[in-house]
Design a protein. Structure first.
Length: 187
């Protein structure tokens, strides 16, 4: 609202984008997808709120970045563009997909499925049932389309976490936060 007000009042050249849930490399570990990947590999429970039927539209982070750049370069000043992936999935579908990919890429020693680690936990109060948006405007006006569907993007994401275990360890150990703080303090 503030940005729109500055556009209308002072002609500030703005373009606004809104997006659905992003996933991909460097996605922080407390979020669903990296939490599931790391808990699965550590042999921990894979917690799912309620029955796992909350729905989110998932957008691969590189597709989101391309949408932002396109809106910046070709979007009409003062306009808003929704960037969505057309990948509506329940939380249970997301977790089961990750488990299947891990079963293929990094099978457990006992050959059991990572899906056996799924547990259901009490849903948090006020948890939204569904997040979604309609990206028709950015698609029709600017020609943007996501390059990744959920299956291709989630496979790339799981592979990234498997290939970048050192980064994960730095985050889990707190070293990453110390590095961020040092660099913030020294700016």
């Amino acid at each position: 609202m503030l940005v729109r007000a500055w556009y209308h009042t002072y002609n500030l050249p703005i373009v606004i984008t809104n997006c659905t849930n992003n996933y991909g490399p460097y996605y922080f570990l407390e979020k669903l997808i990296p939490l599931v990947i790391n808990n699965a590999l550590a042999g921990k429970d894979l917690p799912i709120y309620g029955k796992g039927d909350n729905v989110r539209d998932w957008l691969y982070v590189e597709d989101h970045a391309k949408g932002i750049i396109l809106a910046y370069e070709k979007g009409q000043l003062g306009e808003s563009y929704c960037i969505g992936g057309h990948n509506d999935k329940t939380n249970l579908e997301v977790v089961q997909t990750i488990c299947k990919i891990l079963d293929q890429l990094k099978p457990k020693a006992d050959s059991s499925s990572y899906a056996n680690q799924i547990t259901y936990v009490t849903d948090r109060a006020g948890h939204d049932y569904r997040y979604a948006m309609d990206p028709t405007k950015i698609q029709t006006e600017l020609g943007w389309q996501p390059q990744e569907n959920f299956e291709s993007g989630i496979k790339k994401t799981v592979e990234w976490y498997l290939d970048n275990h050192e980064w994960v360890e730095h985050v889990l150990s707190g070293e990453y936060q110390q590095w961020v703080q040092q660099n913030y303090d020294n700016r």
